[in-house]
Ligand binder design. Structure first.
Ligand code: ZN
Length: 164
């Protein structure tokens, strides 16, 4: 169950996502990492600006959070993401030892262009992890978050499909 506190942090993640415009073609993703009630990282995806195909919002936020606290583990932290993390970011969440992942829109709420695998749901990675101290919960401000992205039935050209 997500709480009002979760919604407060997710609103911040939405603001971060919109910080450089909210065109769904630029995949506006926002990620906020919170530890002991404090924000230790707030990042938007920067794949095009850097350019760096791995510069997803969650990857950037994990890097900043680790730099900021001077540790490679983020135990006890919660990672908020406006969209269900992709496989790379889900694995990074496992490796960085965050305790909880909370996301807004899920796979079924957005176009398939935002995900890399046809059938593998990244929730499976969390469920199958050796760690038993990591939880993942979706649907926090689902509708507001889904508005940032192309809907499942959007008719997109080949050029617009980021995963091809
Ligand atoms: Zn990702």
């Amino acid at each position: 169950m997500t709480t009002e506190t979760d919604e407060r942090w997710m609103r911040m993640a939405i603001e971060v996502a919109r910080s450089k415009g909210s065109d769904p073609a630029s995949s506006p993703l926002g990620c906020v990492i919170v530890h002991d009630g404090k924000v230790i990282a707030a990042e938007r995806n920067q794949t095009q600006e850097l350019p760096d195909a791995t510069a997803h919002a969650e990857m950037m936020a994990i890097r900043r959070a680790c730099e900021g606290i001077g540790e490679m583990e983020l135990r006890g932290a919660t990672l908020y993401s406006t969209l269900q993390p992709c496989g790379m970011c889900t694995m990074a969440s496992i490796w960085s030892k965050v305790g909880r992942v909370v996301y807004g829109a899920g796979r079924a709420d957005v176009h398939e262009m935002y995900f890399e695998a046809r059938h593998i749901d990244t929730l499976t990675f969390i469920a199958d992890a050796y760690r038993d101290d990591i939880a993942i919960e979706g649907g926090c401000l689902r509708e507001e978050c889904a508005k940032l992205y192309y809907p499942p039935d959007a008719d997109l050209s080949q050029d617009e499909k980021a995963n091809l």
